[in-house]
Ligand binder design. Structure first.
Ligand code: SF4
Ligand code: SF4
Length: 284
């Protein structure tokens, strides 16, 4: 495959060294084969508890409810710590993800309050669509890439202040209060998953605080997950009728995601790095 790739025109998330968007590893230009063996190898390697009762015994479930049921999601009590028995993860079926669809990106932007404005230095990219093309067949694949919520996250290893941390349930986050904006994590992340906040921000979501001079990335919608709701991207994809994204507990053999990972061939991007991403890809 000849490696060209186009994405949703958002640049990588940091550390790419190219101007407006600072980020680290998986860039927009990716290919599944061709001379750029490094990049080719790289790619190998939803609830709203709004269950409406229409009549006794008759309930209407939202897309979010279906996704939450598939993910075995339950609300976490405020005084209950995240459980190490859980490993939250995602499974992305590339065959179900149409080229040109950006529902997941839009949903994430709306949910978490980040966006790119023309002329702005700020180009946050909590999730982006990447399109790869086989140089020989010309076949294209389009799929979303976000923080992979690694089990062995290099971003956490290099953070000098402890601002980058991994919860017991596998969600990797940044504590804005102790992030000093050194961007070591952006350089260490192999997936270009983090962005630096260059500008003063307004209209922030209270559950997704951001701050000028700090680094940010996908939170796996931790504010929703802790309430027993699926991520905004998963919910939006299902609502659009694609069902390309599946969220759930990889450690729970009865969860839909664990069953599919066990039953079908799936890949973690750059599995060779040994960081054990929590995001798996099917049909890539
Ligand atoms: Fe990058 Fe992995 Fe850290 Fe996410 S958890 S920022 S993908 S290194
Ligand atoms: Fe840690 Fe912030 Fe530096 Fe990243 S930019 S390594 S989160 S202090």
């Amino acid at each position: 495959m000849s490696g060209n790739a186009d994405d949703n025109k958002q640049c990588c998330g940091g550390g790419c060294g190219s101007g407006g968007h600072d980020s680290g590893g998986l860039g927009a230009d990716q290919s599944l084969s061709g001379p750029d063996a490094g990049r080719r190898a790289f790619l190998r390697g939803a609830v709203a508890a709004a269950v409406v009762t229409l009549a006794p015994g008759v309930m209407l479930y939202s897309y979010g409810d279906e996704q939450a049921a598939a993910a075995s999601l339950k609300p976490r009590a405020p005084n209950q710590p995240a459980s190490a028995k859980i490993r939250w993860g995602m499974l992305i079926d590339v065959n179900k993800c149409p080229d040109g669809c950006n529902e997941c990106v839009t949903a994430c932007s709306t949910e978490n309050g980040w966006k790119h404005e023309a002329g702005s230095l700020q180009d946050s990219q909590w999730i982006r669509k990447v399109t790869v093309r086989d140089r020989k067949s010309g076949a294209k694949r389009s799929f979303p890439v976000m923080c992979q919520h690694c089990a062995e996250p290099p971003c956490v290893d290099v953070c000098p202040t402890g601002a980058s941390f991994k919860r017991a349930d596998g969600i990797v986050l940044v504590d804005k209060h102790i992030c000093i904006g050194c961007r070591y994590c952006m350089m260490a992340c192999p997936y270009n998953a983090r962005s630096f906040v260059h500008e003063t921000l307004e209209d922030q979501k209270p559950y997704a605080p951001r701050g000028k001079g700090t680094v940010e990335s996908c939170t796996l919608c931790v504010h929703r997950v802790d309430k027993g709701r699926p991520t905004a991207c998963v919910e939006a994809c299902a609502k659009a009728g694609h069902d390309a994204l599946l969220f759930g507990d990889l450690n729970d053999p009865s969860s839909e995601i664990a069953k599919r990972v066990a039953q079908y061939p799936t890949h973690q991007i750059r599995a060779d790095l040994g960081v054990d991403p929590g995001v798996h890809y099917q049909n890539i």
